[in-house]
Design a protein around this ligand. Structure first.
Ligand code: ZN
Length: 412
């Protein structure tokens, strides 16, 4: 492992960026990471009666502050909680395997209590009733959306995001684990707000959405991944602007559409959209790391993960920015292992350098350790005389400054 030593990747090499919550935290918007996300002091996005955008305190919304109180009663001190752990638990118990575990019959539950016996000490309230789990999961998704959408309350650009996007060549890819929309927003702002501003964002909308009208007259049954010409933009864990129809019998139930991407910003999207096929109120598509069921419901997500795999497989440089590589994210670890095993064959040249960009040296070392667990042993070995494959950068600015110098001669 070396520090601050970025190597060039030649004129045709591709870069695959991998963005985690640390990236959005380092941005101008200072969005929270999973640790410390849940707090009674959080600012959230709102619109007023004349559709002006504002940022308000979460305490102004009784439904959301009530949710935070229940989460504290169920999981402990809010400041000690990890958003993804809480989300995964609520998801698993309200929609996953644990759905069958809690069966509270309101008319008979009192019979289980022994008269005169205190079942919970009075200074510590009992965990909320299990039947509230599904409602709390839905409220948690709303809270995540409103927290991360505070970026929309301003029209300012983020210089750090702009620098990163300016350094991209068409063949480079971005894979993000973040639910926020700061990348798409920057693309859209730079295009004057009328288009998505980037072909990768257009393509993403196509790959998660309904089959296009052309599909009916001239269907293509087979999809050929061609990452060598144009890179991908993939949001592996969903997005605050993604919606789908909640009704299982509706044809739109298996597809996702962004409320932000191609529509003019005329009114607040979160509450007012309806499914065009059945009038249901759409639900947000945010995927907890444990949720394998999402791939059954949204088969097209597999196409997006396939693109991410190919982008990683052929890239000459991987750059992890603010990614923690949480050990619980098994899908992500499998993706990295599968892509890096390809380097052992003859078909792709393999990655030349893996850059780990995080908030300080100790965070970089931790991520480097976790990353090496996801790579096959043959890839981890460094042949004698060659340079180490992993380079670390203790801030995004450090990396971008090097990239602007080293990559300046890369053709468009
Ligand atoms: Zn519907």
């Amino acid at each position: 492992m070396v520090k601050n030593e970025l190597r060039g990747i030649g004129s045709t090499g591709q870069i695959c960026y991998f963005l985690g919550a640390g990236f959005s935290k380092a941005s101008k918007y200072q969005l929270p990471t999973a640790d410390g996300f849940l707090s009674l002091d959080m600012p959230i996005y709102c619109r007023d009666a004349v559709n002006e955008k504002h940022v308000i305190d979460v305490r102004a919304r009784p439904d959301l502050s009530g949710l935070l109180s229940r989460l504290e009663a169920r999981y402990g001190d809010l400041n000690s909680l990890n958003l993804e752990s809480v989300m995964s638990d609520l998801y698993e118990r309200s929609a996953g395997l644990g759905r069958a575990w809690v069966n509270r019959d309101a008319s008979s539950v009192n019979e289980l209590l022994t008269p005169g016996k205190v079942h919970w000490s009075t200074d510590q309230p009992p965990p909320p009733d299990g039947s509230e789990l599904a409602r709390d999961y839905a409220l948690l998704l709303l809270l995540i959306c409103l927290r991360l959408r505070v970026v929309e309350a301003t029209n300012d650009e983020c210089p750090m995001v702009r620098r990163l996007l300016s350094s991209l060549r068409l063949r480079d890819s971005i894979i993000t684990l973040n639910y926020d929309t700061i990348i798409e927003r920057e693309w859209k702002l730079s295009a004057g707000g009328r288009t998505s501003g980037d072909a990768r964002a257009d393509a993403l909308g196509y790959y998660i959405g309904l089959p296009s009208p052309g599909y009916l007259t001239n269907p293509d049954m087979l999809y050929h991944v061609q990452p060598r010409v144009r890179g991908f933009y993939a949001k592996l864990h969903g997005s605050v602007d993604w919606r789908s129809c909640r009704e299982p019998v509706c044809p739109n139930h298996s597809y996702i559409e962004s409320t932000d991407r191609s529509r003019p910003d005329t009114f607040d999207a979160a509450e007012q959209w309806h499914c065009a096929a059945c009038a249901s109120i759409p639900e947000t598509v945010i995927i907890p790391p444990v949720a394998s069921k999402s791939f059954d419901r949204f088969p097209k997500l597999r196409l997006m993960w396939l693109q991410a795999y190919h982008a990683l497989r052929i890239a000459r440089r991987w750059v992890f920015m603010g990614v923690s590589l949480a050990p619980t994210d098994m899908h992500l670890r499998s993706l990295l292992r599968a892509a890096s095993e390809e380097w052992l064959g003859a078909e792709v040249p393999g990655v030349d350098q893996i850059c780990i960009v995080n908030k300080d040296d100790s965070a970089c070392s931790k991520v480097a350790r976790r990353l090496t667990e996801c790579l096959p042993p043959q890839v981890q070995a460094v042949p004698s005389g060659s340079q180490p494959r992993i380079a670390t950068f203790a801030s995004i600015d450090d990396y971008l400054a090097d990239a602007e110098r080293v990559d300046s001669t890369r053709p468009a």
